[in-house]
Design a protein around this ligand. Structure first.
Ligand code: PMP
Length: 337
């Protein structure tokens, strides 16, 4: 038995029970480990869906060029799909991104344009402006636009949600997801709610991002916006893919707790996951007092730890940020906060 190409291996990721980091919580906690996708992240699912929907709509034509402002997991998914399907890719990114991430995209033959970080989005040199200009200038180009392209959430409505429902045999009571574009939580959450309206959908946000306050007040409060370290989640605007109707609440997690909990996942569970998995588990522990014995919680682990070797898996990096100074972060210390 074989697959016809690497894209056919996307999806059907495993659900794995956590046995130590969440042992002080009532209920069972399962991690949906998205690192087994071929691009090592959940973003493979939406990348291929955005491309196929654009093909169907006639927006992306044979031999065309895919353009996106990304350096991360979405770029990897798009670059991989582009190789198989015969498209070119041009990504714009910022000079704060690690060289490894940029090199990973170039490994797939993608062109990566590195733009300055410290300029306004409207500045012609910003990575937003450069990608918008390229779509106009490059012939036969299509911009994926993961924030506002609703094929993103739809991929999770069609795949991630049904997988979780089937794998838990409909017993899931809570879905916990770090929110960036909002595609994962909104698509998977909408599907699960349609199966059982009582399922709780909890979004994990970061300090420096607008989601939690927006959910609670309906106002985009600029005072909430400041630089943060956590990767993959939180935004300074509201993407079209975030469906606030589906999400019951948002919980904010600090950069430090997210980084330290990411490390605990490797040390205590043997799961080498990315930064947002640590955020999601730390957030669940903050919220977890309300859980009951027979609750079944599914937490999404979006990507792989190898993307963070220069960050939370590097002790010098942690020390420089003061993250190693205090006493050890444990599940109990979060629960006692
Ligand atoms: N974690 C990581 C590592 C990510 O790359 C992303 C995507 N930005 C997310 C979480 C959030 O997923 P979504 O964009 O579907 O909300």
């Amino acid at each position: 038995m074989w697959y016809n190409n690497i894209l056919e291996t996307i999806g059907n990721t495993p659900l794995v029970k956590l046995n130590k980091v969440t042992k002080h919580l009532k209920g069972t906690v399962l991690a949906k480990i998205e690192t087994t996708n071929p691009g090592n992240s959940i973003k493979d699912r939406m990348a291929i869906k955005m491309i196929e929907d654009a093909e169907e709509a006639g927006l992306l034509k044979p031999g065309g060029t895919i353009i996106e402002g990304t350096s991360g997991n979405t770029g990897m998914g798009l670059a991989m799909a582009a190789v198989v399907k015969g498209y070119k890719c041009i990504f714009t990114t910022t000079d704060k991104q690690s060289k490894e991430k940029i090199d990973a995209l170039r490994a797939f033959g993608a062109e990566v344009i590195v733009c300055p970080t410290n300029v306004d989005p409207e500045d012609p040199r910003s990575y937003y402006s450069v990608s918008s200009r390229l779509v106009k200038e490059v012939p036969n180009a299509w911009k994926a636009n993961q924030y506002d392209n609703l094929s993103n959430a739809q991929a999770h409505y069609e795949q991630t949600g049904p997988e979780i429902w089937a794998q838990t045999e409909g017993k899931i009571t809570h879905l916990v997801v770090g929110v960036g574009t909002g595609g994962t939580i909104s698509g998977a959450g909408r599907y699960l709610r349609e199966q059982n309206p009582n399922i709780k959908i909890w979004g994990i946000d970061t300090y420096g991002s607008v989601f939690k306050k927006y959910k609670e007040t309906g106002v985009l409060d600029k005072a909430e916006i400041y630089p943060y370290i956590t990767e993959g989640i939180g935004e300074d605007f509201i993407p079209a893919n975030v469906d606030f109707e589906v999400i019951d609440l948002f919980e904010k997690v600090t950069d430090k707790d997210a980084a330290l909990m990411t490390r605990e996942l490797a040390r205590q569970e043997g799961i080498f996951a990315g930064n947002s998995a640590g955020s999601a588990i730390a957030g669940l522990l903050q919220l977890g007092k309300s859980l009951k014995e027979d609750d079944l919680v599914v937490v999404i682990f979006h990507d792989h730890g190898s993307r963070y070797m220069g960050k939370m898996y590097n002790e010098d990096w942690l020390r420089e940020r003061g993250f190693l100074k205090d006493k050890k972060l444990t599940a109990q210390s979060i629960l006692q906060k």
